[in-house]
Design a protein around this ligand. Structure first.
Ligand code: NAD
Length: 312
């Protein structure tokens, strides 16, 4: 049995990862400081004999014995990571140093949850892993983008310097049940607005595109990366390359929820990327992974979750 540490395990992705690891028989230690994570996300795991929760902030050292570490601790939505930007950088950078130090001491394999934000506002479309990105180092999004870039640097330096087994995944927009309802991300925003019959807010003209990956596909990709043979370290893009404009997404959500909401246009926020789409050739080749859940199907499950939240 493997002892697996999931930092940020009470968050949206982390809680699904804990579920998947427990389902395959791992022993899971979930660490979170509840900055954006929620107790409800892991409430169903209370009492599970292979699950343990520890309240801890990853900017402080952690002394536990583990075989694998998934490092997900970091607020992921702009409203949350811009709330305390200095803490966001600390979480990415000092958190990475602490978790890499733990991996070094315990000889654990460690995976970093990086992000498509390392590509910034990309000049290349879709983005392959070889693209170095176009990131503003001093803007309001920089605490997240540069923090995650620095964390990647640390992972590769620890590997070069200490010959450690590291893995880096670059996660593209992911959605699904347990997303925070007020995190300002486009899928949760549109669904919450539609379910409460409010106007749907689109920033810009709505023609900017995103690709959306359903959470189950993402988790399968992340675990496939951790399990991949040692020489493959990434970074590897994990996401769904099917591209939709914000207008198309809003229309799908209005149709599925049967909402009477109108679409309202507002100015684009600073540094908002115009388009983002993963090139997943590398994941297909090295991990034999690709997403299987179409947007309509994933939206149905996500809308059902938010409806339940409203009535709970
Ligand atoms: N969801 C996405 O679309 C997406 C895209 C790219 C990258 N990611 C990355 O995946 C990871 C998980 O994202 P998510 O969507 O689940 O976000 P989330 O905000 O739901 O989860 C992050 C978790 O980390 C915890 N956390 C934050 N700071 C911490 C600290 N200092 N110590 C301990 N715990 C801390 C939060 O409480 C939360 O439970 C993040 O690292 C994020 O950058 C997510």
């Amino acid at each position: 049995m493997k002892r697996v540490l999931v930092t940020g395990g009470a968050g949206f992705l982390g809680s699904h990862l804990c579920d998947a690891l427990l389902a395959r028989g791992d022993d899971v230690l979930c660490v979170d400081n509840f900055f954006t994570g929620q107790r409800e996300n892991i409430a169903h795991l209370n009492g599970h004999k292979r699950f343990e929760f520890m309240r801890h902030d990853v900017t402080f050292p952690l002394y536990v014995e583990v075989d694998e570490i998934y490092n997900l601790a970091c607020p992921a939505s702009p409203v949350h990571y811009q709330f305390d930007p200095v803490q966001t950088t600390k979480t990415s950078v000092i958190g990475a140093i602490n978790m890499l130090g733990l991996a070094k001491r315990t000889k654990a394999k460690i995976l970093q949850a990086s992000t498509s934000e390392v590509y910034g506002d990309p000049e290349t479309h879709p983005q392959p892993e070889s693209y170095w990105g176009k990131v503003n180092p001093i803007g309001p999004r920089s605490c997240y983008d540069e923090g995650k870039r620095c964390a990647e640097t640390l992972f590769f330096d620890y590997r070069r310097q200490h010959h450690m087994p590291v893995k880096v995944v670059r996660i593209f927009n992911t959605y699904g049940p347990r997303m925070h309802p007020n995190d300002g991300r486009v899928v949760s925003n549109f669904i919450m607005q539609a379910l409460s019959e409010k106007d749907i807010t689109i920033y810009g003209d709505g023609r900017q595109t995103r690709s959306f990956c359903y959470v189950d596909d993402l988790i399968a990709g992340m675990i496939a990366m951790m399990d991949s043979p040692e020489p493959f370290v990434g970074p590897v893009n994990i996401g769904n390359p099917c591209e939709f404009s914000m207008l198309e997404l809003a229309q799908k959500i209005v149709t599925q929820t049967k909402a009477k909401s109108q679409i309202k246009f507002e100015p684009l926020p600073t540094d908002d990327p115009r388009q983002r789409k993963p090139d997943i050739t590398l994941a297909q080749k090295e991990l034999h992974w690709q997403p299987t859940i179409a947007l309509d199907e994933g939206l149905t499950k996500t809308i059902a979750y938010f409806k339940d939240l409203q009535t709970a």
